[in-house]
Design a protein around this ligand. Sequence first.
Ligand SMILES: C[S@@+](CC[C@H](N)C(=O)[O-])C[C@H]1O[C@@H](n2cnc3c(N)ncnc32)[C@H](O)[C@@H]1O
Length: 254
Amino acid sequence: MRDDASLAGAKLHYHALGVEWGPSPQGGKGGSLMSRSFSSDPQQPADATSLAASRLLYRWQAPVYDQTRWFFLRGRSAAVRMLELQAGEHALEVGCGTGSNLLALRRLVGDAGTVQGLDSSPHMLAQARGKLVRRGLANVELHEGDAGHFDLGRPLDAILYSYSLSMIPAWRTSLAAARRHLAPGGRLVIVDFGDLRGCGIVRRLLLRWLRAHHVESQRPYAEALGEIFGTTAVETRQGTAGWYFLARCRTPRR
Ligand SMILES: C[S@@+](CC[C@H](N)C(=O)[O-])C[C@H]1O[C@@H](n2cnc3c(N)ncnc32)[C@H](O)[C@@H]1O
């Protein structure tokens, strides 16, 4: 598969198994934007299994994803607002899926900014690519790869994880990589399933359902963010019934 989809200036940029297809934003054949660490890490066989399982899940779910998830994935618009994006800024969504948030990010950064989306599922990215091409959006790049270990080789103003962190096996190293990418004054926002404490007797069922979909909602995300960004740089809040949580971290201004 080669991705040379490009319509009205849309820049779609693809990687698979560490190999890059399509034009690089810097010109030439590319290879500069992303580390080649897509494939499984031999040190972490369980992670590799889990990554493969989520890719398989989305192979079948991608075509119906937008129609079936809107009810569950709450707080996404709030998360985008919390990024406080300005025109001309550079934004990334980690685990961008079918690209709904990418459209919102692109609206906010405008023509002068850039948006990148990273995802491990080629089927989800294909859906995102369709949306971008249909709208003829420029300055949006898609990368296929494992968000546990990424290096896009350029500083970013804002990074979003929208219901993706809980699916990333190497989530701590992913957050550390995100922190390294953030420019001074940069923002990282996470929205994901919360502790579901207000969900009463269905809580256990919900947690089981999430696990079956490779979602680990009970990890110590807030603590990890405090370790990586410093506790004073992290704000968190819970949505109704603990259904979701929002977290925002900032890097110091110079
Ligand atoms: C629940 S979907 C969320 C999609 C989108 N962010 C949204 O809000 O609709 C989770 C996404 O994370 C991606 N994902 C899961 N594990 C990943 C990993 N290790 N690296 C990159 N993407 C991953 C999945 O392929 C999927 O597209």
